[in-house]
Design a protein around this ligand. Structure first.
Ligand SMILES: NC(=O)c1ccc[n+]([C@@H]2O[C@H](COP(=O)([O-])OP(=O)(O)OC[C@H]3O[C@@H](n4cnc5c(N)ncnc54)[C@H](O)[C@@H]3O)[C@@H](O)[C@H]2O)c1
Length: 287
């Protein structure tokens, strides 16, 4: 009996690689907070996965233009403040007029402002407004233009999963994103739209560059102790997970969180060491 031979299998490898490159062929994507950091990495990765159009949204025109130029003709810059409802309406109208629909929404814009217990009411409002409310409002504005097969990814964080002294506002915003991911997933499922959150741990970005003095080696050394994989994440690693989450490969995944964190969230405060190893450390002479 005739069987698939080596020619068939090499063809299927070729087809498989084409599929990986063109996973998002025909898709129209909008990424907020895309003029820097992880948002720009995500915009680049969506384009690399074959998206027809990637709308790079952010406040910084000059930085955004650099990202758009780097991606090429499939990228379009949308300069806006996501807390401005009129600007969001204009953005959605523009994309729908140009591309007919929005298949993919990545809610990535965020601010890190946080004074823990000392946070003022204004700080609570501004951080929740950017990190949570604007993501929710934009999702509501985009959803009517999203065809079945559409997907929304909310960038949450390990910060939204654990307690931390000196922080309150940012983690609260990220925890709430985990929650609305579930609510919106249920709400939008009948329309064939999936909603997923992606939660990075420490990832090389402008924020980490600032605290590490601009050295990725220092970031890896300090972060290595907290992440079982022994280093901080890279923007492309978050972006590839986001591409998976919005791709047809994730067609049965909704309302859940994808931890992209080098194992951070599976460690307890004992850092993976049993009680006996902690007591052994006590008896070792300190250097
Ligand atoms: N970098 C990390 O280690 C890390 C870890 C966990 C989660 N995250 C999440 O990933 C996302 C990206 O983080 P990043 O580290 O790349 O940060 P970043 O500061 O580089 O990116 C955030 C972007 O949001 C934009 N933004 C803020 N307010 C805005 C507004 N009102 N209108 C429009 N744009 C606005 C900023 O200008 C910036 O471009 C965030 O949601 C963050 O919470 C990052």
């Amino acid at each position: 009996m005739a069987r698939a031979d080596s020619t068939d299998s090499s063809n299927s490898v070729g087809a498989c690689m084409t599929d990986m490159v063109n996973k998002l062929a025909g898709k129209v994507a909008l990424v907020t907070g895309a003029t820097s950091g992880l948002g720009s990495d995500i915009a680049k990765e969506l384009a690399a996965a074959g998206a027809d159009a990637v709308f790079v949204a952010g406040r910084d025109r000059a930085a955004g233009q650099v990202i758009v130029d780097a991606i090429g003709p499939s990228a379009f810059l949308m300069v806006l403040d996501i807390t401005d409802d009129d600007a969001l309406d204009r953005c959605v109208e523009h994309i729908v007029a140009q591309s007919g629909r929005i298949d993919i929404l990545i809610n990535c814009a965020a601010i890190y402002e946080d004074a823990g217990l000392a946070s003022t009411r204004a700080q609570w409002h501004s951080t929740l407004n950017v990190n949570l409310v604007s993501a929710a409002v934009l999702t509501c504005k985009v959803a009517p233009h999203m065809p079945p097969g559409g997907a929304v990814v909310n960038l949450s964080s390990i910060g939204g999963k654990f307690g931390a002294a000196g922080r309150a506002v940012y983690p609260a915003s990220k925890a709430a994103l985990l929650q609305i991911t579930k609510n919106f997933a249920v709400e939008l499922a009948p329309a064939g739209i999936r909603v997923v959150s992606v939660s990075p741990a420490w990832t090389w970005s402008p924020m980490l560059a600032k605290v590490s003095g601009g050295s990725i080696d220092v970031a890896d050394r300090v972060g290595g102790a907290l992440h079982p994989l022994g280093r901080v994440g890279r923007g492309e690693e978050i972006a590839k997970a986001v591409v998976f989450a919005v791709s047809p490969d994730a067609s049965w995944i909704t309302g859940t969180d994808l931890a992209v964190d080098g194992g951070f969230a599976c460690l307890g405060p004992d850092q993976g060491m049993s009680a006996s190893r902690w007591f052994d450390k006590l008896s070792q002479p300190s250097t």
